[in-house]
Design a protein around this ligand. Structure first.
Ligand code: SAH
Length: 346
């Protein structure tokens, strides 16, 4: 595969344009076209000779939307094809305050969570910063957005992949996406979700990027957590909580726990009470969601009633918690489900 032009920020493009012997103003034209979601060959301002020279070094189409599914609730799900033919998926959720896009950070994932379809074939490769950014640029353009008038306002790193297992590219992506003059989505509007890679959580606290840190907790003891999340054998819940405290102290940002309710695994009343003991008094929020059933594994969602009871115990116990709607469940809304279905048909 050739290089990816979206890996380059404006100062890198300025250096590239100089190196290629083009006039300096071409860098801004190129950057502006990229930020509008154009392929290189579709950037109208550029002369044909420069486009030809660029295409010798760079992929023309970094990423293409090959399929769009629309849910009854308006959620859109996309399959993106990368230049090497790999497939990743993304989601756009529409809320009153704006549109939140869920992006992928790796092709597949090696964390092995039992309830997650993204791990079914392991990790194939990391995405580059430009491939992650291109997901946002393409979806923004698809909805008629421009850098000046964005249609994507919030980004969550909750598609396939473990963002902190692709640390450098993910951090560069967040910096490049928030650059002034570009699509300029602030880190404050970005949520990074991790299964709890403790050393990288400490590193992230030092980056000066005020992203919302979200941790997939999904259970209350290390032993029970390890039943569905192999990473629990490496990092203890207590170590994760210490890393969260450090993140709060360094960034002033409260943190969030994801808790997907799985029948017979983590959704009993005793789990709810144990969560209160673990988290009470912390500057955090708990996002409950009923599992999106993954038929490849025999894990099923807790009942709606059970989920409501769980939520009430948490809030009565003094935790900040909400039960999220399962957006796009009818179109395979959860992590990796659409890609798994698509690959199975090939
Ligand atoms: N690797 C990161 C981000 C990707 S998954 C992480 O582990 O946080 C985004 C969220 O969806 C995580 O909280 C993950 O545990 C959850 N998830 C994965 N599969 C799910 C499913 N079938 N139903 C509900 N939540 C799921």
């Amino acid at each position: 595969m050739k290089d990816i032009i979206q890996n380059y920020n404006l100062s890198q493009l300025t250096a590239l344009v100089a190196e290629m012997g083009e006039k300096p103003f071409r860098a801004k034209q190129l950057y502006s076209g990229i930020m509008r979601g154009h392929n290189i060959s579709d950037i109208p301002a550029l002369p044909a000779s420069f486009i030809a020279a660029l295409l010798e070094r760079f992929e023309d189409c970094t990423l293409e939307i090959v399929k769009t599914l629309t849910s009854a609730d308006g959620t859109e799900k996309y399959l993106f094809r990368l230049a090497d033919g790999n497939i990743v998926e993304g989601v756009l959720m529409k809320y009153k305050y704006g549109n939140t896009q869920c992006v992928s950070t790796q092709v597949g994932c090696r964390m092995g969570c039992k309830f997650c379809a993204s791990t079914l074939g392991g990790r194939i490769r990391d995405l580059t910063s430009g491939e992650i950014l291109s997901q946002v640029l393409k979806v923004n353009a698809l909805h008629g957005g421009t850098p000046a008038k964005r249609q994507v306002t919030n980004v969550v790193l909750m598609g396939s992949g473990e963002p902190l297992d692709n640390y450098d590219n993910v951090v560069k992506f967040i910096r490049d996406m928030s650059a002034e003059g570009g699509i300029n989505i602030s880190p404050r509007n970005v949520s990074l979700s991790t299964c709890g890679l403790v050393p990288q959580m400490y590193s992230l606290a030092e980056e000066g990027l005020p992203v919302n840190l979200t941790v997939s907790l999904h259970n209350v003891t290390d032993e029970e957590r390890a039943r569905t999340m192999p990473i629990a054998k490496k990092y203890k819940i207590s170590e994760i909580l210490d890393a969260c405290t450090n993140y709060f102290n360094k960034t002033g940002r409260r943190y969030i726990f994801e808790y997907s309710l799985i029948e017979g695994e983590n959704a009993d009343e005793r789990h709810a009470r144990a969560l209160i003991t673990l988290l009470k008094g912390r500057p955090c929020h708990v996002n409950l969601i009923r599992l999106n059933d993954v038929k490849e594994r025999k894990l099923l969602a807790a009942s709606e009633r059970g989920a409501q009871t769980f939520l009430k115990i948490l809030t009565d116990g003094g935790l900040s918690a909400t039960l999220r709607r399962r957006m796009g469940a009818d179109i395979g809304g959860a992590c990796g489900q659409l890609r798994a279905g698509y690959l199975a048909q090939q």
